[in-house]
Design a binder for this molecule. Structure first.
Ligand code: ADP
Ligand code: MG
Length: 255
């Protein structure tokens, strides 16, 4: 498998919380049509890394380039508008919202209708709302959730909620998708369906960064693995290289 063009380039990325170095001097490159696994023990900085890349947090030091453009200090909505989507470790669903409405929230990053909507909508706003709705429906269909569009999102099983997170990300037609433990809490069959979906997204050219605890899933799915320990890069390599690395084994087994 050969990766596509460089989509995301990160150098010297550092985030300190007081005295804690959550992410320390991390370099990474993410290409189109690849899945980069990010692994590491609890507290290694994986979620902080996703928060930095998605503009939720501002780095203490370092640089983030998206399509060659400096987005180091760009806020989350700007980064999203450029084509970067992310999911959350714990699915974000709001009571009273249907599955389709939950995905529509993900499309407001690309459209203006969400903010432009007024009491008497203009034809342009109505047209845009229809387009956003179509994008949301397409994302649901893409993820196999079309039949659940009108169900209340908080009534879904955890397995479906985790897929819904991805559908919401896809609704904005992103080039990059950052996934924070998409398989956590899923049973074996749900994990296999999740892995199949991620493979399909890779085949469609999306650049995927996958934070995941399930080592079996990571090792059979990803192209490269980035191992973090205490915020620092311990090793970057193919699944085979990383699996057999004494330092990685030590970090995981604590020996
Ligand atoms: P992981 O996702 O790999 O389990 P995190 O990125 O959540 O790790 O956390 C990395 C480190 O940063 C931990 O020591 C954690 O306690 C700390 N940390 C994360 N977020 C904050 C925050 N908002 N304020 C202070 N410390 C934080
Ligand atoms: Mg985490």
């Amino acid at each position: 498998r050969s990766p596509g063009r460089v989509r995301l380039q990160v150098s010297g990325l550092t985030k300190r919380f007081g005295g804690v170095v959550a992410v320390g001097d991390v370099d990474l490159v993410l290409h189109d049509s690849e899945i980069l696994g990010v692994i590491g023990p609890n507290g290694a900085g994986k979620s902080t890394l996703i928060n930095l890349l998605s503009g939720v947090l501002t780095p203490t030091e370092g640089r983030i380039e998206f399509d060659g453009e400096d987005v180091t200090r760009a806020p989350a909505h700007k980064v999203a508008a450029k084509g970067l989507a992310r999911t959350f470790q714990t699915p974000v669903v709001f009571g009273g919202m249907s599955v389709l409405e939950t995905v529509l929230v993900g499309t407001y990053t690309v459209g203006r209708a969400g903010i432009a909507r007024s009491v008497i909508p203009t034809p342009g706003v109505l047209r845009e709302e229809r387009q956003l709705r179509e994008a949301a429906e397409a994302a649901l269909a893409r993820c196999g959730l079309a039949h659940l569009a009108d169900v209340e999102a908080d009534q879904l099983s955890l397995g479906h909620q985790k897929v819904l997170e991805i559908a919401r990300g896809l609704a904005g037609r992103p080039a990059v998708l950052l996934l924070d433990e998409p398989a956590a809490g899923l049973n074996r069959a749900e994990k296999q369906r999740m892995a199949a979906l991620l493979r399909e997204l890779r085949a469609e050219g999306i650049a995927l960064l996958l934070v995941e605890h399930d080592m079996e899933m990571v090792m059979e799915l990803v192209d490269r693995v980035h191992v973090l320990e205490f915020g620092k890069t311990l090793r970057v390599g193919t699944p085979d290289e990383v699996r057999s690395d004494p330092e990685v084994i030590r970090a995981y087994l604590g020996v």
